[in-house]
Design a protein around this ligand. Structure first.
Ligand code: ADP
Ligand code: MG
Length: 677
């Protein structure tokens, strides 16, 4: 008997080597395996008559082989074998390349299932390089087969075999209530899992999908609404808005924008009320969110409270540390930095002082949420670039003092209608204006013919003392070896082209301190050109960098392109972004056009939605909402509505989910989030 939490190494055929490969896909346990859904399906289940063949598409036919048509070498390395097949309605040619062994395997007079693309060739129906199985020995054909996104060394067939070892064990417990299952006639959990992997029919696939989408959205809404129900009107710290804070604002080297002022007013209103605060501040890249954090943390200090700001990367944390120190230390405020690379001795010292209350502001990465980080009088937590952190991490920080205010800052532009559902537990402020004098980043989209010219342009910029980024695409989520190949290829090419300059490579598979070293060298101007994957996406500020060229721009979501582009144009110099579109489709050029005509993240996000749907807006791997597996809140609006209503009804009945009937849902919510990480 296996259980969900068991390691996959207990399955047959999984030795230590293969286990490693599964780890690469994030699969450690049997549960992970069962929740690793297919990327797509091959459907050969619908057998059609030859006369009904759909030209240009894959069809499944049941044919009797009448004769052999050809068996010959076309040229070196290319041979052709072809047969003539028939059913009651007509004939078709069936041909195979480089498959001489079929000469002896395919028997004249026998009947086969044939699945392949139908074409008209010399006036006759022809199926080229199909899959073929003898009718009495059908294994793969005649059904809907799952196709998984795997990694080098794992193949689809063995993945299916592995699933088959556990798929009939009914390992999941039902996590939707009887009422809900009945109300929508949903499949049970185990039935749904079975059919998402091995659909017995199209209909059962759709039913499985609906149930699983509902479940994801239900647990998601249940968790955020539970937070909201619990936080609403809960008493918390009441802050006083001292005049010193306005003095501080007046003494800043710049005037706040309208958007910044409004956001700040909204936060001040919250702070005066003495009720719990959970506010999201959304503002495009460069709209000036950091200064808001500095101001409200100063206010917390004036009120006698400590505060923290958590950033997603060490570089960003360090940059914050510099900005905060510069503005706040002259006022006698003690600011400290706590990151992974902080030495043990320094760390102990910081933690001691934090607990004694002699550190006022703590800046750091997720190192902040560790158990041993204890504040004396915590009043405010700021979470920067929220889309990098999950709800679980947010909660852990909040748990350090439930009365402390939480302010979340995000550059991910989401249309308001969606924010209201996805961030239902937060109040939202939007910074719509950019600081004055911000230059537009001139953006052009190019194809192969202009690569050389673009590189020459970059050279010119570097010659005049500026720095440049070249960004390469991550090819496929799990093909990390491909990622390296593409970014390394470009790196080699450019190292050659920019021989006289210092060129460096940065990618996600490097060790953290290696990465940090390179980013620091770049920030200090010691590197002229940085070739990188999207690891630089978040927050880094190098005002001397004025040009960014993005290879395979067609592979990125527009919001990601926009975030990336925000790395240039941060200083006094005119800046440029070159989108190298290697896609051939019309839609790829349409997407490039959106980028070239606008520098406004919200405009871009809305256009992107129109063209692509919701998943890409957030960048599926890094959203502040959980990475839903199947559900897409934008597409599945109808299901989302029902799931939200059902979640609300349950919470009205049992706000803490601690009664008999619903207490199991607490664990389901926790599992749901941890399964996604
Ligand atoms: P983001 O919203 O992307 O976090 P930052 O807070 O890093 O943006 O701000 C980007 C730059 O703009 C910083 O150098 C900051 O000092 C500057 N800045 C912020 N607010 C203003 C303003 N009102 N006027 C001029 N410059 C500003
Ligand atoms: Mg920022």
């Amino acid at each position: 008997m296996v259980s969900l939490g068991d390691s996959i190494k207990f399955l047959k055929t999984v030795g230590p080597k293969r286990e490693e490969l599964f780890h690469k896909l994030g699969i450690y346990t049997i549960k992970d395996l069962l929740l690793y859904y297919p990327r797509r399906y091959e459907d050969s289940s619908k057998i059609i008559k030859i006369k009904d063949a759909v030209i240009g598409e894959k069809n499944t036919f049941k044919v009797r082989i009448i004769s052999k048509l050809q068996s010959r070498k076309i040229r070196k390395g290319l041979s052709l074998v072809s047969f003539l097949g028939e059913d009651e309605t007509g004939e078709t040619e069936i041909s195979f390349f480089n498959a001489f062994y079929l000469n002896s395997q395919i028997k004249i007079g026998s009947t086969y299932l044939v699945y392949g693309k139908a074409n008209i060739f010399k006036g006759r129906l022809s199926i080229s390089s199909p899959e073929i199985e003898e009718i009495s020995q059908v294994k793969k054909l005649g059904k809907i087969s799952p196709i998984y996104n795997l990694t080098e060394g794992l193949n689809n067939y063995s993945f299916e075999k592995l699933l088959e070892q556990v798929i009939d064990e009914d390992l999941f417990r039902e996590n939707l209530t009887k009422e809900i299952l009945k109300k929508y006639s949903f499949l049970g959990k185990n039935e749904a899992i079975k059919n998402i992997h091995f659909p017995s029919s199209r209909k059962s696939y759709i039913l499985a999908r609906q149930r699983l989408i509902y479940e994801e959205l239900f647990l998601f809404e249940l968790s955020i609404l539970k937070n909201k129900f619990q936080n609403e009107r809960r008493d918390a710290i009441k802050f006083e808005i001292y005049d010193e804070v306005y003095e501080f604002i007046n003494n800043l080297p710049f005037e706040l924008t309208e958007g910044q002022k409004n956001a700040l007013d909204e936060v001040f209103e919250d702070m005066k009320k003495g009720k719990s605060i959970n506010r999201l501040i959304q503002g495009d890249v460069g709209s000036g969110k950091t200064i808001i954090a500095i101001i409200i943390m100063y206010l917390a200090y004036l009120n006698g409270y400590q505060s923290s700001i958590m950033a997603p990367t060490e570089i960003l944390a360090k940059q914050h540390f510099e900005s905060f120190t510069q503005l706040l230390e002259p006022l006698g405020i003690k600011v400290k930095l706590l990151i992974g690379s902080t030495t043990k001795k320094v760390k102990m010292d910081i933690l001691d002082n934090l607990e004694m209350g002699s550190v006022d502001i703590l800046i750091g990465t997720h190192a902040l949420i560790e158990e041993n980080v204890k504040f004396r009088k915590l009043g405010l937590n700021v979470i920067d670039e929220q889309h990098r952190f999950g709800v679980v991490q947010r909660n852990r920080l909040q748990n350090k003092n439930k009365d402390a205010a939480t302010i979340i800052m995000s550059a991910t532009p989401i249309p308001r209608s969606l924010s209201l559902v996805l961030y239902a537990d937060l109040d939202i402020s939007v910074i719509k204006t950019m600081p004055k004098g911000r230059q537009k980043i001139d953006t052009i989209a190019i194809n192969e013919t202009m690569e050389e010219k673009s590189l020459a342009f970059i050279k010119k910029e570097i010659d005049s003392g500026r720095q440049a980024y070249v960004i390469c695409a991550l090819i496929e989520e799990n093909e990390d070896y491909e990622e390296l190949k593409s970014v390394e290829e470009v790196y080699e090419k450019l190292s050659d082209y920019f021989k006289e300059y210092k060129v460096a490579l940065l990618h996600g598979k490097m060790k953290a301190d290696e990465k940090n070293k390179i980013m620091e060298d770049f920030a200090n101007g010691e590197i002229n050109l940085l070739v990188s994957t999207t690891v630089i996406e978040v927050g880094i500020n190098v005002p001397n960098a004025t040009v960014m060229m993005i290879y395979n721009a067609e592979r990125f979501g527009l919001s990601t392109l926009h975030q990336l582009r925000g790395r240039v144009g941060r200083g006094e110099y005119k800046s440029y972004c070159i989108l190298y579109n290697l896609g051939k489709t019309e839609i790829s050029w349409e997407r490039m056009k959106i980028m070239t005509e606008s520098n406004d993240g919200f405009y871009i996000a809305n256009k992107d939605l129109e063209l692509r749907g919701f998943g890409d807006i957030l960048g599926t791997r890094q959203s502040g909402m959980p990475n839903l597996r199947l559900a897409d809140p934008f597409r599945d609006t109808e299901i989302l509505k029902y799931a939200t209503d059902d979640a609300k009804n349950i919470l009205r009945e049992d706000p803490n989910l601690d009664g008999n009937k619903y207490s199991y849902l607490n664990k389901e919510i926790t599992d749901f989030y941890s399964d996604l990480n």
